[in-house]
Design a protein around this ligand. Structure first.
Ligand code: NAD
Length: 260
């Protein structure tokens, strides 16, 4: 139960982050959402989550590629709720290209948003968690934090980095009631993956449904997508006292992807 606690989920206006935010709100946590989107859509999202779960919900539009905006967002969360107990570092982007053709600007953006932002969020949130004596840092890595795929050099490098950072953070906090763990999803049907399905459909002349099945069958033995709700339930478990001695783990939820 997270009643009286506050959670910040980066990149939570869509996809996995939104799924996790919903589950945390379901446990009673007040929410600070983050991510891009139309102002009207975001205002409605805050209102509907607040109505559905009876918690306070606000949004901070920090650009996760900007360290000073991340710091300010953590401060704004502590100012709004008087605390920040659960930090979910989730915001992420993808770019697909062979390494020797990878646009330098895309490399920098993927590393900034998928890796450096995890560092900046964590470093800003830890002093308050330490002062209050309890905290959960949950990093959304990927199967690509554990294994590679072609054409995803920046993403794979960033996600491997997130798992390394998770381990160091966990070790530094090992004697405290603050834990840090990573979740490693396989394919989840979100806008980030829909783009890759659409690209596959275009290059192989497939329907979108066929391309989705093709994408799954290449890597994910279950041949079904992991859902944001399932990932949210895992995040809720990591927030529980039962998970109090899980430290520095990289937990897969990947339909068997990395068991092969
Ligand atoms: P998504 O595109 O649906 O959502 C990404 C969220 O991040 C959105 O809310 C977006 O507005 C936000 N965002 C993007 N750039 C931002 C920036 N610069 N500043 C602030 N917010 C920003 O993607 P998703 O699939 O839900 O991915 C979420 C996380 O899960 C990412 O870290 C991704 O790498 C990881 N992941 C996704 C999958 C998958 O199959 N979808 C698998 C493994 C890991």
């Amino acid at each position: 139960n997270l009643k009286g606690k506050a959670a910040l989920v980066t990149g939570s206006t869509s996809g996995i982050g939104l799924g996790i935010a919903r589950q945390l709100a379901g446990q009673g946590a007040d929410l600070m959402l983050n991510g891009f989107g139309d102002a009207g859509y975001i205002a409605e999202l805050c209102q509907s989550l607040s109505n559905e779960f009876g918690v306070r919900v606000a949004h901070n539009g920090a650009d996760m590629s900007k360290p000073e905006e991340i710091e300010a967002m953590v401060a704004a969360t502590e100012a709004a709720y008087g605390r920040l107990d659960v930090l979910v570092n989730n915001a992420g982007i993808q770019h697909v290209s062979p390494v020797d053709a990878f646009p330098v600007e895309r490399w920098d953006a993927v590393i900034a948003i998928n890796l450096s932002a995890v560092f900046h969020g964590t470093r800003a949130a830890l002093p308050g968690m330490k002062a209050r004596g309890w905290g959960r840092v949950i990093n959304i890595a990927s199967v690509h934090g554990l294994v590679a795929s072609v054409n995803k050099s920046a993403y794979v490098a960033a996600k491997h980095g997130v798992i390394g950072l998770t381990k160091v953070t966990a070790l530094e906090l090992a004697e405290t009631n603050i834990t840090c763990n990573a979740i490693c999803p396989g394919w989840v049907l979100t806008p980030l993956v829909q783009k890759q399905i659409d690209a596959l459909a275009a290059t192989r002349d497939l329907s979108v449904e066929e391309a989705g099945r093709e994408l799954l069958s290449e890597k994910q033995p279950s041949k079904s997508f992991v859902t944001p709700e399932q990932l949210g339930e895992l995040a809720v478990f990591l927030c529980s006292e039962a998970a109090g001695n899980m430290r520095g783990a990289a937990l897969t939820m990947d339909g068997g992807w990395t068991a092969q």
